[in-house]
Design a protein around this ligand. Sequence first.
Ligand code: ZN
Length: 194
Amino acid sequence: MNPTRDGKPSLVREAFLANALLDPDLRAQLNYRLWRITDIKGPNECWLCKGCGKYPVIEFKGHNLRAHRLSYALHNGPVPHGLFVCHHCDVKNCVNPAHLFAGSASDNAWDSAKKGKNPMTLNPDLSPFKKHWLTDSDKQRMCDLRAKGVLLKVIGAEFGMSDTHAKMVMRQFLGQTKTLRASARKALSEAPPQ
Ligand SMILES: [Zn+2]
């Protein structure tokens, strides 16, 4: 067992949280502590936790509980042992339970890879999260909506992600299509005259 930032082995903290969730009084206190410092928005939007740090922590009865793990546990029950709580939206201080999922280290790496943060090449057919992939026509549709002046958060909501993530997806997609067009033009200009 590796000690964590609050000096307690993570298993002790997880066991504490699992027990606390079963106690209606402690559960109510945990709910209060988490939502008190969270900007709760629409069901598809990111709910930003205003605690400090990349992954805000809630100090509760001598345990440092990460806000996103706490949000997951309050909605789904304790995080299965050894699993990470990952973000679909890629916003680290988001605690919207709809944006959180429990995954293994490889799911986490896969999630990073598909968001272009991790250079690892993974086999897409192996991922349980393949259904969350956007096709090029989805991305094109997002860009078309944006060109028509549709708000980022509306586009994000339609595709189940935050406005920040939607913006990132479109920016990457437009960058890719620009590169493709440029290389197509180059190939054409280099083609021998007919
Ligand atoms: Zn989010």
